[in-house]
Design a protein around this ligand. Structure first.
Ligand SMILES: Cc1cc2nc3c(=O)[nH]c(=O)nc-3n(C[C@H](O)[C@H](O)[C@H](O)COP(=O)(O)O)c2cc1C
Length: 179
């Protein structure tokens, strides 16, 4: 049976490399017959978590911006896929902000079991993506029913669009197909 897959693409630039990975994953998952929604946060208004912790009781954020919308989608998805550029050996600030804003899910009902991360960076070495992966793992540890199911890093891509024709795009496609 098809799974509900939510792909959250967090780069803000046009012709984004990490978004190209997200698109390839989307094609693979569609091919396999899943229900896939891919969203990005370009032009969206997203505030930081203020740490008020009202969400621990209400399981809803008091800030009703686009992050709140994303979090409602996260709650219902079986699979969540994050795509992010590497910024200073870490996930993008915008992805981290979304993880923080997902605090209303903590200790509440959520459907997701499998989480994936797709990353791109200018440098080639795969260690460049490790902090981002570990950061996401730390978040996932707070959701005992979920695991990090896959991580794909594509290095050596800096300028927007430079991932075009990269053979690793097919790995993202395969990853999506095998969800
Ligand atoms: C603020 C900033 C920080 C970056 N830090 C790194 C870095 O630490 N290591 C690296 O290899 N590339 C770094 N890059 C390059 C991006 O990771 C690279 O261009 C990536 O492909 C961007 O993905 P996108 O097109 O999806 O936004 C940085 C870029 C920016 C804008």
């Amino acid at each position: 049976m098809g799974k509900n897959i939510l792909i959250i693409s967090t780069s803000l630039r046009k012709n984004s490399n990490s978004d190209a990975l997200a698109e390839a994953f989307l094609s693979g998952a569609n091919e396999a017959g899943h229900f896939v929604e891919k969203i990005n946060i370009i032009g969206k208004s997203i505030d930081f978590c203020t740490g008020c912790l009202k969400c621990l009781n209400s399981h809803r954020c008091v800030i009703h911006d686009y992050a709140d919308t994303v979090v409602q989608k996260m709650r219902k998805a079986d699979v969540i896929v994050f795509a992010t550029p590497i910024y200073y050996y870490e996930m993008s600030g915008q992805m981290k902000t979304l993880l923080d804003r997902a605090n209303p899910l903590y200790g509440s009902d959520y459907s997701f079991r499998d989480v994936y991360i797709l990353t791109t960076a200018a440098e080639y070495d795969s260690y460049v993506s490790k902090n981002a992966e570990n950061g996401l793992k730390g978040w996932i540890e707070c959701f005992p029913k979920a695991t990090l199911k896959g991580s794909l890093f594509v290095g050596g891509v800096d300028l927007a669009g430079s991932i075009t024709n990269n053979p690793k795009l097919s790995r993202a496609y395969e990853m999506g197909k095998q969800v």
